[in-house]
Design a protein around this ligand. Structure first.
Ligand code: G6P
Ligand code: MG
Length: 218
């Protein structure tokens, strides 16, 4: 049996935390007198905390002192942590466990590849940490998606060449990072947004065991 490396983004792929990031960013933006729409939020998916705040400030034509910038980032994270503290297994997105189990059953190594510094906390809360052979998150990288660094580290840890890695991503930046890394990108979400991925599925319920076997044996 072939060995491939399967890399999963976290927010919006394994768990529906994108809605909590949205709520926390919206609160911060509105408190600063900046409008914040769902379309703008789409552009923040997969983007690091620092880069996200920079973008919001640019949209609102605002600048902050370094001290105030740090304070706002801390406030956003505190707010976000308040949301994720209540999370449990019920917030795992549909059929994610089925796909993870299918990969394990086929002896395929699995890594997390997330920009979030809260990734380990979230995996623990939803009781999925044990499913991963490697975890790469926002604490392990210096360059944010669309830079491929996070996925290239995961490929090294799994000991699988980048071209044999398959990445599941819900963000524009993440799909781009996977493509730049020369990995097979699978978009989870809408074709309109993720058309640059090699394959796009609405969610994991659309991913069959046959398709997974095809990926392994390709
Ligand atoms: C993920 C999310 C982003 C978030 C980033 C950093 O990529 O999609 O919305 O900004 O992680 O998350 P953190 O938990 O470290 O603030
Ligand atoms: Mg994501």
């Amino acid at each position: 049996m072939n060995k491939k490396g399967f890399i999963f983004d976290l927010d919006g792929v394994i768990v529906d935390t994108a809605k909590y990031h949205f709520l926390a960013w919206k609160k911060l933006a509105n408190d600063l007198g900046i409008d914040f729409t769902e379309e703008e939020n789409e552009q923040l998916k997969g983007v690091s905390r620092v880069k996200s705040l920079e973008k919001i400030l640019a949209w609102g034509n605002k600048t902050l002192s370094e001290k105030e910038f740090k304070a706002q980032m801390a406030k956003k994270n505190e707010d976000y942590l308040g949301h994720i503290a209540k999370m449990d297994e019920s917030e795992i997105l549909p059929d994610v466990p089925r796909v993870l189990n299918c990969l394990s059953k086929n002896n395929q190594p699995i890594s997390l590849g997330s920009a979030s510094k809260n990734a380990r906390t979230i995996l623990e809360r939803v009781n999925l940490k044990e499913k991963f052979n490697a975890i790469v998150d926002g604490n392990d990288v210096t360059k944010a998606k669309p830079d491929p660094e996070v996925f290239l580290i995961a490929s090294k840890l799994l000991n699988v060449e980048p071209e044999d890695c398959i990445v599941f991503e819900d963000s524009v930046a993440g799909v781009e990072a996977a493509n730049v890394a020369n990995m097979t990108s699978i978009g989870i979400g809408s074709e309109d947004v993720l058309g640059h991925a090699k394959y796009v599925f609405k969610d994991f319920t659309e991913i069959s065991e046959d398709f997974i076997e095809k990926l392994i044996n390709e």
